[in-house]
Design a binder for this molecule. Structure first.
Ligand SMILES: Cc1ncc(COP(=O)(O)O)c(C=O)c1O
Length: 428
């Protein structure tokens, strides 16, 4: 009997099982190459990519201007450590972040780090230094990272289980979640209760909010909530930290999702797509707030790596271009129209929601089964797709915003077939 040869995918997955920690959750996809909104596996199968490396490829895999900048920078030097030798790419990213600030003219400064979690941690440090207050307020469904402070701020036991106790002075209140019956009024009332219950406002340094909660289920903040929250913050001298790690960098159309709300945050946290696929994240705010920290209080060995910064300059220039924004808006309209149509044929879908092209469907049942079955079926059919949500019952779209019409149509077709495979079309 012929011996069955292992596929390349099986070979790598076997080694993965043997050598990689179990706690890093993976799927049976082994990538060989990626370009634009397409990924190829090690056995030569092609996939449409609706995940974008978990929201890190808004300008597409191998965005040519970022690649060119990476090559040029790699030939000059790979690393210096900004604290050892200042280099211009770091300064240039900070200049662009100041110019792209979602508010009035002013003197804005940034810190660059390696990951979204590190950036959120630093935002809280800066808020504490600027206000002299200890506490942070976060929201239900929040995801701010996997370090101990950011896990304390994250609201999902899937990530938290077994890692406590967590740092103190993190208070959680409900976020608006209209589909599940939580309104802006409910969330504001909970905050007011917090101020009279566990945390007087003069002990609160900052609130931290994602305009569209990412891992929490693509829960879009209602239009009145960020402005009301900002007003409350101003009244009590609390800083408003806008976590744009997932919703930013053009994901919802404008460079920052908070631009949809006309709210000027005190600190803005960026990450994921900013580095065009290289690890980079940042904290931006007014000079007054940022410079509350004395020299030496911020930094890190690799934070703001020159190659990542070179890529980020190319990415930020692209995000700021009207053409990128126009295409993102168009993709948002097209994907939403198609999801609405699909939802009309799939009674198990409870809601289609999102902001611009940051879109998702939530199933009626608060169980992960259907979303898991949908993403698995999608992979079988040639689409990389992710779920999210506190209950894992949301399927989200983080497609590179450079996707061609043909790839988009193919991906949406596979998405619909996969939803049907998973039973979403079955009567409610
Ligand atoms: C809103 C938000 N904040 C922070 C983070 C943490 O970013 P990182 O995984 O780069 O540490 C994430 C990651 O998904 C995120 O979605």
């Amino acid at each position: 009997m012929a011996i069955q040869e292992k596929t390349e995918t099986e070979r790598v997955l076997a080694a993965r099982e043997r050598y990689v920690a179990r706690g890093v959750a993976t799927v049976p996809l082994v990538v060989a190459r990626a370009e634009g909104a397409r990924v190829w596996d090690v056995d030569g199968r092609s996939y449409v990519d609706f995940a974008g490396g978990l929201g890190c490829q808004n300008t597409g895999h191998g965005f040519p201007p970022a690649l060119a900048a990476i090559h040029e920078q790699a030939d000059r030097y790979l690393h210096q450590c900004f604290m050892v030798g200042v280099y211009e790419p770091y300064v240039e990213v900070c200049r662009r972040l100041a110019e792209l600030w979602p508010g009035g003219e002013g003197d804005y400064r940034s810190l660059l780090v390696n990951s979204g979690a590190e950036a959120v941690e630093n935002a809280v440090k800066i808020a504490r230094a600027a206000t002299g207050r200890p506490a942070a307020v976060v929201f239900d469904q929040a995801f701010h990272g996997r370090t101990l402070l950011t896990l304390a701020m994250t609201g999902n036991v899937k990530y938290k289980h077994g890692f406590g106790p967590y740092p103190p002075a993190v208070h959680r209140v409900p976020a608006p979640y209209p589909y599940r019956g939580v309104t802006s009024d409910d969330a504001i009332a909970a905050l007011e209760r917090l101020f009279h219950g566990d945390a007087p406002p003069d002990e609160i340094a900052c609130v931290v909010l994602e305009p569209v909660q990412g891992e929490g289920g693509f829960v879009v903040m209602p239009s009145d909530f960020p402005p009301r929250l900002k007003e409350l913050c101003e009244r009590h001298g609390i800083l408003y930290v806008d976590d744009e790690v997932q919703s930013g960098c053009g994901r919802t159309g404008p460079v920052w999702a908070i631009e949809h709300y006309g709210v000027e945050p005190d600190l803005l946290v960026s990450g994921k797509s900013i580095g065009g696929g290289l690890p980079l994240a940042g904290v931006t705010g007014s000079a007054e707030v940022m410079d509350a920290v004395a020299p030496g209080g911020l930094g890190g060995t690799f934070g703001g790596n020159p190659v990542a910064c070179a890529a980020a300059c190319a990415v930020l220039d692209e995000l700021a271009s009207p053409a990128f924004r126009a295409r993102a808006d168009e993709l948002g309209r097209r994907i939403r129209a198609r999801l609405d149509e699909i939802a009309g044929r799939c009674p198990r879908i409870g809601e289609v929601r999102g902001l611009g092209p940051m879109l998702a469907v939530e199933f009626l049942e608060q169980s992960a089964d259907m979303a898991r079955a949908t993403t698995a079926a999608a992979r079988e059919r040639g689409l990389v797709l992710l779920s999210c949500g506190t209950y894992g019952n949301v399927v989200r779209i983080l497609v590179p915003l450079t996707i061609s019409d043909a790839d988009l149509e193919e991906g949406l077709g596979i998405l619909e077939e996969s939803l049907v495979d998973a039973g979403a079309a079955a009567p409610d």
